[in-house]
Design a protein around this ligand. Structure first.
Ligand code: E4P
Length: 217
């Protein structure tokens, strides 16, 4: 089982990594923009925080395959171990093929259907990231997508691994893990909700009150 954090917030990653077994950090352009630091600063800072043995992901923004490949190579000059996220479009599939021949590890991202992800896997992606909450928000089923995708990969592209992404609730995380998914990336707020809840706080407060009423300080 692998947990990743979908964030570039150094303080939050450090805080959560103390009690969660984090395998690495995933980012996308929105996450990097929110952090306010360009990739040239953000990626080295994230690498320095997570250390050399963890996995770091960053995404290309170009539209054309040729430009995606150049961008991926530039990103790897910032972090030699970087896994490059490539949106699974027709151009993205071409880029994934070309990056495979250059030995650059890729993750097919912006996945909204099992077949889309299978094509990324067949093009040479090592990971694919179905967007669980965004699929749910469209009226689909993110979990069903993950389940069907897992069957497809097992049958047709066993080299490729699902890294389920886009979670908004702990229930989505639980359902995804129960469906057999073994790698997920979580935004900070959802990761925190896995351990924090008002009910837990209220229970502990009540235990403390009862103890102090009976025995004093
Ligand atoms: C992962 O590849 C995506 O960048 C990310 O998980 C999307 O999550 P969001 O739907 O919460 O923005």
């Amino acid at each position: 089982m692998e947990f990743y954090l979908d964030s570039a917030d150094l303080n939050a990653i450090e805080r959560l990594a103390r009690f969660m077994p984090i395998q690495g950090v995933t980012t996308n352009p929105s996450i990097i923009a929110k952090g306010g630091k360009p990739l040239a600063q953000a990626l080295p800072a994230l690498r320095s925080l997570i250390g050399p043995d963890k996995i770091l992901f960053a995404q290309v923004m170009a539209d054309k395959a040729e430009d995606m490949v150049k961008e991926a190579e530039q990103l790897q000059t910032l972090d030699h171990q970087l896994v490059v996220k490539v949106p699974v479009t027709a151009e993205g599939l071409l880029a994934i093929q070309q990056l495979k021949t250059r030995n650059i590890t890729t993750l097919g991202t912006a996945v909204y259907s099992p077949m889309q992800a299978l094509l990324a896997a067949l093009a040479g992606a090592s990971y694919v990231a179905p967007y669980v909450n965004r699929i749910d928000a469209q009226g689909g089923s993110g979990i069903k997508c993950v389940q069907e995708l897992q069957q497809l990969l097992t049958l047709h592209a066993p080299h490729c691994q699902i890294l389920a992404a886009s979670f908004k609730t702990p229930r989505q995380v639980l359902d995804c893990l129960l469906a057999g998914c073994t790698s997920i990336t979580l935004p900070i707020d959802v990761a925190e909700q896995l351990i924090r809840s008002p009910a837990v706080d209220a229970a502990i407060t009540q235990f403390n009150q009862d103890w102090h009423q009976a025995f004093g300080a």
